[in-house]
Design a protein around this ligand. Sequence first.
Ligand code: MN
Ligand code: MN
Length: 459
Amino acid sequence: MFRKNAWNEYAPEERSRALDFARSYMDFLNAAKTEREACACAEDICAAAGFRDLDKVIASGEKLKPGDKVYLNWMGKSFLAFVIGEQPIECGLNILGAHIDSPRIDIKQNPLFEEEGLCYLDTHYYGGIKKYQWLAMPLALHGVIVRKDGSKAELRLGENEDDPVFCITDLLPHLAHEQMEKSAAKFVDGEALNVLIGGEPLKDTEKDAVKAGVLKLLQETYSVCEEDFISAELELVPAGRCRDVGFDRSMILGYGHDDRVCAYPSLMAVAEYEGTPKRTLAAVLTDKEEIGSVGATGMDSAFFENAVAELIALTAGESDLKVRRALSNSRMLSSDVSAGFDPCYAGVFEKKNAAILGQGVCFNKYTGARGKSGASDANAEFMAEVRLAMDDARVCWQTSEIGKVDVGGGGTIAYLCARYGMNVIDCGVPVLSMHAPWEIVSKADLWEAMKGYVAFLGA
Ligand code: MN
Ligand code: MN
């Protein structure tokens, strides 16, 4: 059971390809800090690679043939890319499924208030965060405000050097004796997470003059009024670009590696696929994984199944049975991150079944917690097929569990796809400081994920 360190396997040429790929990933990560931005980037990448909009193909009345490439941008928040294979789609797809939402802090629908000359937006955090990590750090505001007439203001404020940023304040240590006694979970209330957005009163205004000043600016800049927050989706994310980590620059510090570090190679493996594959290929980039995959853009929605039904109709002719066969005959890598073994917190891991940074892409046969509760446990037969595909392609890979048996656990979209009867296994990049504002991955593991995903598509 010897496990290799991927870096040791690289000839200079492969090492530089791995580093180039990391650089292109970092560009993607900087551009795609929300699910909407990730979808827009994915659409650009696919359009440039010759993919056509599935909706337009349907509207045109054309049929699809092997080698054709199509994408679906679902509500601007989930994204699908397909390459049609030689075999009928009912024989099953090879699917790479990742998510493009990340833990963050959302703005409430009635958020604006002023207290003692300071203006705030009230927030509601999204996903599993340690709330205290988000205090006293620069935050950027991304998202959309949809006016009543349906027109949209798009915000992306806090990313450029001269942009303002936003901040949730923390208590000074001098007055924090009581706060410091609290457990980390109770250190700061969710309700106390208010983000500071203004401090200069509008002249000649009697009541809430700072808020009036902010609203005036919003009106002038974005043509929106206070009521427009009702139909807005605004997200606070850590401000700034991802960075190399370490003297050797072997790792990346970035916001939202979970799960864009798997979404990017999943998308690229499909987008850059050359020729006509045997089986139809799919990249699924879904929203809402971090809150249970619920809602119209989450994996629990039927958008993927519906898209497969459209593909069947465009290739073999409409057939509900063929859709069911296509899904149950499919094979999927649920491309999601796993916890990287952290020597500074070694006690929560079981080392020989932990994902070690630098040892390549990692497979979690099952996730879940304690007695495998909530686990989607991949079949041993499927695991064996995947092992063969990885070894044939000389991928550096490892297997892992998130942590010690009784300590905790997690889940991914795997179980939702497994409902169709398809074979699915979790496969992704190990992450340090997962769900923190800034997470860390190894560039070698990212490259091995890309190699592994390509190998899986061709299998
Ligand atoms: Mn994830
Ligand atoms: Mn997560």
